[in-house]
Design a protein around this ligand. Structure first.
Ligand code: SF4
Length: 455
């Protein structure tokens, strides 16, 4: 085991997985900064390396193990302490050390109040089983690693929905909302750092408040957040279709700061499959919900995710999903092949679908969505939109859809950070990162757009 050198308080931190994990990473960074630790991108100068892992799907488990094993090989030569945290630790427990004996300390998602002890060598394992109430203390001094100009804000942790394919409730624990004053305090801190776009996250943002206030309270929270000076955009991510009600739609249509964008993971639309998934909605309810959202909130951008190849998904179920996607033409769609996770109810279900069929279904849905996205993007040419500038467009990068002409990239209300497309921007003068500018859309690609600053 390596204890940190007294003179080396440099920490190299690797954050894997989703935005919810990213917030834990930022909170850990805040805790360590308070105690005099610094962060470095250069692993050669690090006294400690922390890997904050994801454990949601088998693929994430493999990615996490590969990352940790690669670090284990460098550890002896570079002499750093190796601390592994997050969902994978919660999922695998101490058996992770059997896989990679070079790990010095393990910290699960309910053990973050021991992160300092883990880094300093005082605690080898902190993997409590249940969701402890660490929020207020843990998020104090959180650093922001996203941006410029935007950040995530967690409003709750854990999940009570218990979808049959999902390990999150057993990893992250019961649904726990953070009190409104605590969230508002953190949002004000973010505002003081120049954050203009706040992205609200939780496993289910629409269940906010059910545990501590006895009813769904996202609208109440939104009203408080809208009163904070500074942030101009508030985006709601990770909703649940069974929990979107009129009160939420009203505030979305009324409040200028709340972006007309909703992330509604539907996962499927065949009633048979929805029931097996435990999603608590029917196709009829989904269709009604989407129509209501589009009628009550003109211009709303809807993002969703679908899972293909769920156990028992027959050809007819997939065709129903495909037809639905073609008819509803949602703005953003992510498609995942069902992953059989040991410990879930769906892992024991009969009718497992072959990997080949899953991959064919995924490709076919993505191809359809690509066409929908291209057509929708073409309709946006000529529109004027507010764009938050995120960075410089790297010419020659294979992900960039143009050869020259655009110097920056950013997003409008219609693009969530990290998952949706980009708007590439040109301007004759330098633009300030994190600022919001008015741009005219002049070019459309499949998922991205090109625009010129007009104000
Ligand atoms: S809503 Fe369902 S899929 Fe999402 S975290 Fe909760 S149990 Fe998992």
């Amino acid at each position: 085991m390596i204890t940190p050198s007294k003179t080396n308080n440099n920490v190299h931190i690797i954050s894997l997985g989703c935005p919810k994990n990213r917030i834990d990473t930022e909170a850990m960074m805040g805790q360590l900064t308070k105690k005099g630790y610094c962060f470095t991108n250069d692993i050669n100068s690090a006294g400690t390396v922390i890997v904050n892992t994801c454990g949601f799907l088998q693929e994430a488990v493999e990615e996490g193990l590969a990352e940790i094993s690669a670090l284990a090989l460098q550890k002896e030569q570079l002499g750093f302490r190796l601390v592994v945290t997050g969902c994978l630790v919660q999922r695998m427990g101490r058996s992770l050390k059997n896989e990679v004996p070079e790990i010095d300390a393990l910290v699960g998602v309910h053990g973050y109040d021991n992160i300092l002890a883990a880094v300093e060598g005082g605690k080898e394992n902190s993997i409590p089983a249940n969701g402890c109430d660490y929020h207020a203390k843990f998020y104090q001094n959180r650093l922001i690693s996203t941006g410029p100009g935007w950040a995530y804000l967690r409003i709750a942790d854990g999940c009570d929905n218990r979808c049959s394919y999902c390990l999150i409730p057993s990893i992250r624990g019961r649904f726990r909302s953070r009190p409104i004053p605590e969230i508002v305090r953190e949002a004000k801190m973010m505002a003081s750092l120049g954050v203009r776009e706040i992205n609200l996250i939780a496993q289910d943002t629409t269940a906010y408040g059910t545990d501590i206030y006895g009813r769904r309270s996202l609208p109440r929270l939104l009203k408080s957040l809208c009163r904070i000076e500074g942030p101009e955009w508030i985006r709601i991510l990770y909703t649940h279709p069974a929990h979107i009600d009129d009160e939420l739609m009203d505030i979305l249509s009324r409040e200028k700061k709340i972006l007309k964008y909703l992330d509604v993971p539907l996962q499927h639309v065949s009633d048979r499959i929805l029931k097996k998934m435990g999603r608590k909605v029917t196709k009829q309810r989904i269709v009604e919900l989407l129509h209501r959202l589009r009628t009550k909130i003109p211009g709303i951008i809807l993002r969703t995710t679908f899972i293909v190849g769920f156990p028992g998904e027959a050809k007819a179920d997939f065709s129903e999903l495909h037809d639905f996607a073609g008819e509803m033409k949602l703005d953003r769609v992510g498609v995942f092949a069902y992953s059989n996770e040991p410990g879930t109810r769906s892992a024991r279900m009969p009718g497992q679908v072959s990997e080949k069929t899953k991959s064919q279904r995924l490709d076919s849905l993505m191809l359809l969505q690509r066409k929908i996205s291209t057509n929708k993007n073409r309709l946006r040419v000529g529109q004027t939109v507010s764009v938050i500038i995120e960075g410089r467009a790297a010419k020659g990068n294979k992900d960039v859809p143009f050869k020259s002409g655009y110097q920056y990239y950013g997003r409008s209300y219609a693009e969530a950070p990290e998952i949706d497309g980009k708007i590439y921007i040109r301007n004759s003068r330098q633009l300030i990162m994190g600022r919001i500018y008015q741009a005219a859309i002049e070019k459309a690609w499949d998922y991205d757009l090109g625009g010129i600053v007009i104000r």
